[in-house]
Design a protein around this ligand. Sequence first.
Ligand code: RIB
Length: 295
Amino acid sequence: MKVLNFGSLNLDYVYQVNHILIPGETLASKERNTFCGGKGLNQSIALAKAGIPVYHAGMIGEGGEILLETCEQNGVNTKFIRKIEGPCGHTVIQVDENGQNCILLYGGANRSITRDFVDEVLAFFEKGDILLLQNEVNELDYIIDKAYEKGMMIILNPSPYDSALDACDLSKISLFLVNEIEGYQITGEKEPEQILSKIKDLYPKAKIVLTLGGDGSVYQDETGVYHQGIFKVKTVDTTAAGDTFTGYFISSILEAMPVEKGLELAAKASAIAVSRPGATASIPLRDEVLNWKNE
Ligand code: RIB
């Protein structure tokens, strides 16, 4: 069984600020750093650091070589990453004194996926292989349809949620990883119990992980509902915390760990990520997660 993550690769320009800007305001930042990121890349690195071999498919633009190098250094297979002319996907991220962030995304090369490229990539995979997706590349609906035709198991983190997801046949998804806002956007429900219940009505075969910020996470499948709290740490930067959780939780499924253990592993990994700056740079290795003591 092979694992493919078809997703974004971004250069994250991260600005330290006293507070997140309000409309019309001009504010001097205290520091700027450039990190490797993108929900796609972060989740591939999290899978690889958790010990799962993963192929990443996507596009980088000018200046994006460091994203490719980061994949290689972390053991992500780069056979399906293409370099194209034009700007790389990138973000402008403000991180405030409490480690909270806001992210402005420019899709760049991530929005240059062609159907021919999708067909070329998927030709390498077969029934039973895993496909992980987020919503930072174009042609998401086509990727889902073609992967489903092949019999791949599709996992979707519909983030950031936008109208591209309305064009996707979500009945083809086996596992959703969503936060409360995305849960609301999919179901129209605001309360966690209602979101889970509506997902079950809409997509009876799908499993779901609903992340609840400070209230932890909930997993639901046909066997029941499982809760996991957060591990409290000093927050430095929340960027990629969700991606770390996603990669680690998927790794636990692929290793057939009990759900409770998988949720705990993912919660610990994301707590460590929150305690460090940057996106891919903040994601811990599996041994570190296993040996971590929350002091
Ligand atoms: O989830 C965090 C990621 O979202 C950042 O690395 C940024 O690139 C955006 O895609």
